[in-house]
Write a protein that binds this ligand. Structure first.
Ligand code: UQ1
Length: 466
């Protein structure tokens, strides 16, 4: 694979960074509300009465989306120190796409995390605090900890999605019990329990679940199943053809292995070849007595209960309450943005990408590599009183780990239409698991993520942003 080629792939998005940035017209200090008023009157003619501090741009969230967007904005050369602020209560920033590999025993969780404050450029003001309330009519937001009110000209909402462990009865208790073989790759603590549990199972029934509703990285739940299967097979504990000591069941709320037909067909073939039982349209709702899993069936009252010896459970996920209960949310609670421009449908000075947005695509870090340059380009246009012109096509990707050394690299855009980066390589079919894609997943993506993506210089399949 040639990375040089990646940088040549055209994204179709106009360059975000100007080589000769226009100097900002307003000298502005985040600690000086008077300067905010100066800026506000110049650009929006609005009062900021009641604000403790003000910024040209506030980015809510210091995750994959928030850091990427903030640093791309800073690199545009159009902002002074303190013009941009990030709000996030977290202490740590985790490279979450690596948590499946932690579950598979191929990485450690601690090597994938860094202190969030260390990842934020010193020219960006960091509020290590949560959001209590959005007041988009007044271009204000209230911090939940300090109670301070911040004023903004433009707001980027990217706080991610909430993992709701309590959505499955008995799950929090089972996860917390060090003796139980109930685990989940979806949390920093819980992902570290997964590999030990896989190793401890010598015989019996293993169940892997995928819930209904929005989840981040919808391929994640089956990646850990394939890694466990591979391990048990190599340990002679799993054999699809003989009387296998371990039985494996895939219990998914969805009707098929994957949402995109091209990749779903290949994964269904793998499932059958590998002897994995499927319980489609089974949505885990309860864990009882440490060894019983109960699933809801579509349409209501029916439930199915199965005994298990090992359970990899994926909790339901949803919007954070401060987003859901705000005027920014759609009916489902996600930030209601235009699917092409990433701009809020009602409040034109509000933008959103990443898991908190209602962009109708699969929620992944790879998606953010394509969303962030569009948001940044359009927000900069809006600051110059121009209409947004950059368009997001829904690009997202799922590097689907199928073995300890292979990955099927699903890449697609809106409508589940494949949009593959390596389609031009002779003999490469991205629907077939490949060692080179595993190398990307294990080594290249984590490296480029911390070295470039969080700093705003990685555009995913479009290559590096100069
Ligand atoms: C990507 O850029 C990226 O970011 C670091 C990932 O990690 C989360 C990915 O999984 C994928 C698929 C991309 C997309 C980039 C290429 C080169 C396919």
């Amino acid at each position: 694979m040639s990375l040089a080629r990646l940088t040549r792939c055209a994204s179709g998005i106009p360059p975000v960074r100007s080589r000769h940035p226009t100097p900002p017209r307003t000298v502005f200090s985040s600690e000086n509300p008077t300067a905010v008023r100066g800026l506000a009157s110049e650009t929006t003619a609005r009062p900021v009465t009641g604000a403790s501090h003000g910024h040209k741009i506030i980015v809510v969230g210091g995750g994959s989306a928030g850091l990427n967007v903030s640093h791309q904005l800073l690199r545009s050369g159009r902002f002074l120190p303190g013009d941009i602020a990030i709000v996030d209560p977290a202490t740590w920033h985790d490279y979450q796409p690596g948590w499946t590999l932690v579950g598979g025993g191929l990485k450690t969780a601690s090597e994938l995390r860094k202190p969030l404050a260390d990842l934020i450029d010193s020219k960006i003001k960091f509020y290590n605090d949560g959001v209590g309330e959005f007041k988009p009519q007044d271009k204000l937001l209230k911090l939940s900890g300090s109670g301070d009110t911040l004023a903004y000209d433009q707001l980027v909402v990217a706080p991610g999605i909430k993992i709701d462990y309590a959505s499955i009865k008995g799950l929090p208790e089972a996860l917390a019990d060090p003796g139980s073989l109930v685990t989940s790759t979806y949390g920093y603590d819980t992902c570290q329990k997964v590999n030990g549990a896989i190793q401890k199972l010598h015989k019996g029934q293993a169940i892997f679940t995928l819930p209904s509703g929005p989840v981040k990285c919808a391929g994640g739940p089956q990646k850990i199943m394939w890694l466990a299967l591979d391990y048990w097979k190599r340990q002679s504990r799993y054999d699809p053809t003989a009387d296998s000591p371990i039985h494996i069941t895939w219990a998914s709320a969805l009707p098929a292995m994957f949402g995109v037909p091209k990749y779903s067909a290949e994964l269904e073939k793998l499932r059958r070849e590998r002897g994995v039982e499927a319980l489609f349209q089974h949505d885990l709702i309860s864990i009882d007595d440490g060894n019983k899993a109960t699933f809801a069936r579509p349409g209501g009252s029916d439930t199915v209960t199965r005994r298990f010896d090992f359970l990899h459970a994926v909790p339901k996920m949803g919007p954070h309450a401060f987003v859901k209960n705000s005027p920014l949310a759609d009916n489902a609670g996600f930030v209601d943005v235009d699917s092409a421009t990433t701009r809020h449908k009602i409040y034109h000075d509000v933008w959103s990408v990443g898991d908190a947005s209602n962009l109708p695509t699969s929620k992944t870090a790879a998606a953010i590599t394509s969303q962030a340059p569009v948001l940044v380009r359009n927000l900069l246009l809006a600051l110059g009183n121009k209409e947004p012109s950059a368009v997001y096509d829904g690009y997202t990707s799922c590097p689907l780990v199928t073995d300890h050394d292979r990955v099927l690299l699903a890449e697609f855009k809106y409508g589940g239409v494949p949009k593959e980066t390596f389609g031009w390589v002779p003999g490469v079919d991205q629907a077939k698991p490949h060692r080179a894609f595993f190398w990307l997943k294990k080594h290249f993506f984590p490296w480029v993520y911390y070295k470039h993506m969080v700093k705003g210089t990685w555009g995913g399949p479009a290559g590096w942003i100069m």
